[in-house]
Design a protein around this ligand. Structure first.
Ligand code: NAD
Length: 304
């Protein structure tokens, strides 16, 4: 029995008809949240649509004594998804941007359509649902938003240029929304999950898939969506019971005297210092990021 509850909270989970989204929706509903189960019900590559995926999960939630309604809109139509929450439950407190598809292909063979579709579903879709919920969250000074990125986006992966770009774009979107939401108690965090689902079942061996239960991702998502959780602007890797936080790391760097010309040879000569992580720092904001350059502006003669 969990002590952390979501009674009175309204959650939208996109792409909740299968895989991770279904697991997030079932967990939140079991802990008292009223859930909008959004799913377009199409194939793993963005083909087709159907109401059955969302309906099935709504039926599961209701059979377990929870509250849920279905929505079948594409995440590009965030306003319609948020309207379902307003019509059924009167507000929205939590948005879990999870819906996703794949169009894996090497960059050499990627078409404009492959690029556009992936950017549209992942990046524009997450923006659209969050944007429609944003004024409601600002007004009530409460909100919890999750973006779903991927290790592919964070680290790069062969054959996924469209997906990598969209997924790391989501981390950028989350970073900005976390800053804009800070004064209104709107927390925005990002997860990079690993789980068995129809997106991974064809690319991973069965014994590994057996370990990667979507249910091992959802407790982190629920915690990040809870009112007691202070975290915002976080990025987490999560899968098979493993949960870890990521951050930026920057080398100490090398300071040239920017008032004097320096050459490509000077850069090459200092390369080992520029790329040396032994004295690294972990900037968390643009202010911290610009600090060495600002110090330099105050002391123009700094540097060699
Ligand atoms: P899944 O295919 O099981 O579930 C995704 C769901 O999103 C499907 O039910 C699908 O119908 C729905 N969907 C797709 N396009 C939609 C749209 N335009 N509007 C509304 N719903 C739509 O896949 P999953 O593995 O559970 O993936 C969930 C999310 O996690 C995705 O964003 C995926 O990129 C991300 N992710 C998954 C893994 C993993 O290991 N499974 C790894 C990294 C990232």
């Amino acid at each position: 029995m969990s002590a952390l509850r979501f009674d009175g909270r309204v959650a939208i989970v996109t792409g909740a008809g299968n895989g991770l989204g279904r697991s997030h929706a079932l967990l939140l509903a079991s802990l008292g949240a009223k859930v909008v189960v959004n799913d377009l019900g199409g194939g793993a590559h963005g083909d087709g649509k159907s109401s059955s995926a969302a309906d099935k999960v709504v039926a599961e939630i209701i059979a377990a004594g929870g509250q849920a309604v279905a929505n079948y809109d594409s995440v590009e139509n965030g306003q319609a998804i948020v309207q379902t929450a307003l019509d059924a439950f009167g507000t929205v407190d939590i948005v879990i941007n999870n819906a996703g598809i794949l169009r894996d292909v090497s960059f050499a063979k990627m078409t404009q359509a492959d690029w556009d579709l992936i950017l549209k579903v992942h990046l524009t879709g997450s923006m659209s649902v969050s944007h429609a919920a944003w004024p409601i969250m600002r007004e009530k000074a409460y909100g919890r938003i999750i973006m779903t990125t991927s290790a592919a986006g964070i680290y790069g992966n062969f054959g996924q240029a469209n997906y990598c770009a969209a997924k790391l774009g989501l981390a950028g979107l989350a970073n900005c929304l976390a800053e804009e939401g800070r004064s209104k108690n709107i927390h925005v965090n990002t997860i990079a999950p690993l789980a068995a689902s129809r997106l991974t079942e064809t690319i991973m061996p069965p014994d590994l898939l057996a370990m990667l239960k979507p249910e091992a991702v959802s407790p982190l998502v629920a915690w990040l969506c809870h009112e007691d959780c202070p975290e915002t602007k976080g990025l987490f890797e999560v899968g098979a019971g493993y949960i870890a936080k990521l951050r930026w790391e920057r080398t100490e760097g090398y300071q040239f005297n920017g008032l004097k010309p320096f050459s490509v040879d000077d850069v090459a000569r200092r390369w080992s210092t520029i790329t040396d992580f032994s004295q690294s720092t972990h900037p968390t904001s643009t202010t911290e990021s610009f600090m060495p350059i600002m110090e330099k502006a105050n002391h123009p003669s700094l540097g060699g």
